[in-house]
Design a protein around this ligand. Structure first.
Ligand code: GDP
Length: 369
C-alpha cells in the first residue's frame, strides 16, 4: 500500500496492527527474579551432603562444576572432591573398551541391566577427548542406552566435553570419587574415542574389559598388542545367530594369543569369553570373572596396591597438566613463543636452546611475580 509520503507500509502497520499480548508473562518474570534473589549459593558442604544422601541433582551439578574450566569452579570442585574422598573407594571400577562398532554401548546397556537387577547401583561414565559429539548433551548417551537411562539404579553421565586427554581423564577420575560418595557400588568407564584413551582409563579402573569382534579383518582390529596386555579379560561380542561359531573360534585364538604374553601383573589369568548383548548371553560369566578377580586381588593385596599406584600416577599427571597450563598461559611466554618457534624452524636456534630460553624466561617471570 503506497503511503502519502510515497513510502510503502504493510497493511498491519497501516492499521496499527493487532494488539499483541506481552511475549513473557510479567508476573512470571518477577517471580523468577525473586527466586533468583532467594536462591542460596551452595557451599561445598551443601554439595557433599546432597551427594552423600543420594541427591542426583546435586551430584550432576557438582560434576558440572568439576567439568567447568572457570578458576572459581576449580577451587569449589577441589573442595567438594576432598570432602567426598573419605566416602569414596567402595565400588568396583570397570573400564570398558573396544573399537567403534564392537558393541560397547549395547553391551553396557545389557550388562548394566544385569548388574542393577542384582541389586547393585551403577554409574556409567565415558571418556571421549576426541569429539564434540557428547558435548553438554545428556541425550548423547541416553539415546544409546534407552533402558538403562530410565533405570533408577543407574546413573549415566556423558564424557566431559572435548579437551586435552589429560584434562578429560582427570575430570572423569574425579567424577568417580563423587559417584562413589553418592553410593554407586559399580562404576563403568567407557572409552568412546579411538586409540589414546585406553591408557588413561586403565589407570583409573580396577578391572579392564576389552570387547572384540570375531573375524573383523583382524590385524587385531587396530587394537594394539599393549591394549590386549592391559586387559584383565576379553569378550568376543555379538556371539549370536550365524556368528556364534566364528565367535567361539575367535575366543580360542585370543586365549592362545594371551597365553604367549608374559604373566599378568595381577597374577590372575586373563580369560576370554563370548557374549551377546542382544540375546543377553555370556553376561553372567563376565560378572563372575569380575567378582572372582576382585576377591582374589583383594586377598593378595594387589587390588589396594594398584589403587595406590593409580593415586600416585594421577598426582604426577596433575603436576604435569598444571605446569603446562601455567607455562603456556604466562603472558611472557605468550609474547615470546611464536618468535622463538620461528627461529627454530629457520634453524637459527636449536630446539633444545630455544626450549631452555623459554623456560628461563618463564622461571624469571615467576620469581618476580
Ligand atoms: P559401539 O560403537 O562399540 O558402542 O557399538 P554399538 O553398541 O553401537 O553397536 C554397533 C552395532 O552392533 C549396532 O548396530 C548394534 O545393534 C550391533 N550390536 C551390538 N551388540 C550386538 C550383539 O550382541 N549382537 C548383534 N547381532 N549385534 C550387536
Amino acid at each position: 500500500m503506497e503511503h502519502q509520503d510515497g513510502t510503502f507500509r504493510s497493511y498491519l502497520e497501516e492499521k496499527g496492527g493487532v494488539e499483541q499480548p506481552p511475549v513473557v508473562d510479567p508476573n512470571a518474570v518477577a517471580r523468577f527474579k525473586n527466586r533468583k534473589r532467594k536462591q542460596k549459593v551452595l557451599t561445598a558442604k551443601d554439595y557433599v551432603q546432597g551427594i552423600c544422601s543420594g541427591n542426583r541433582t546435586l551430584l550432576s551439578q557438582a560434576i558440572t562444576i568439576i567439568e567447568s574450566n572457570l578458576q572459581e569452579h576449580y577451587e569449589l570442585a577441589q573442595e567438594i572432591i576432598t570432602e567426598c574422598l573419605p566416602f569414596s573407594g567402595n565400588s568396583i571400577r570397570i573400564g570398558i573398551t573396544g573399537v567403534p562398532g564392537a558393541g560397547k554401548s549395547t553391551f553396557i546397556e545389557s550388562f548394566g541391566k544385569y548388574i542393577t537387577q542384582k541389586k547393585h547401583t551403577l554409574a556409567v561414565l565415558a571418556i571421549d577427548p576426541s569429539s564434540e559429539r557428547t558435548k553438554g548433551s545428556i541425550l548423547g548417551d541416553k539415546t544409546r542406552m534407552v533402558e538403562l537411562s530410565v533405570d533408577e539404579n543407574a546413573y549415566i553421565r556423558p564424557s566431559p566435553s572435548a579437551g586435552s586427554l589429560g584434562g578429560v581423564a582427570r575430570k572423569t577420575r574425579e567424577t568417580i570419587i563423587l559417584c562413589e560418595a553418592a553410593g554407586f557400588d559399580v562404576i563403568f568407564v567407557e572409552t568412546v574415542g579411538v586409540g589414546q584413551s585406553e591408557t588413561a582409563v586403565h589407570s583409573m579402573v580396577d578391572f579392564f574389559l576389552l570387547l572384540m569382534l570375531a573375524g573383523a579383518g583382524d590385524e587385531l582390529q587396530g587394537i594394539k598388542r599393549g591394549i590386549m596386555e592391559m586387559a584383565d579379560s576379553i569378550s568376543i561380542t555379538k556371539a549370536d545367530g550365524s556368528n556364534i561359531d566364528k565367535a567361539k573360534v575367535a575366543r580360542s585364538e585370543y586365549q592362545t594369543a594371551l597365553s604367549l604374553f608374559p604373566p599378568h601383573p595381577s597374577g590372575v589369568t586373563q580369560k576370554v569369553t563370548v557374549c551377546s548383548a542382544l540375546e543377553k548371553t555370556g553376561l553372567s560369566e563376565i560378572w563372575k570373572i569380575i567378582e572372582e578377580y576382585v576377591s582374589t586381588t583383594k586377598h593378595a593385596g594387589f587390588f589396594e596396591e594398584k589403587r595406590n599406584q593409580q593415586a600416585k600416577y594421577w598426582m604426577y599427571e596433575s603436576i604435569h597438566e598444571q605446569l603446562q597450563r601455567n607455562f603456556y598461559s604466562s603472558p611472557k611466554i605468550k609474547k615470546h613463543l611464536a618468535a622463538t618457534e620461528q627461529k627454530v624452524i629457520q634453524q637459527q636456534k636449536s630446539s633444545f636452546v630455544a626450549a631452555q630460553e623459554l623456560l628461563d624466561i618463564y622461571f624469571q617471570y615467576k620469581e618476580k611475580s
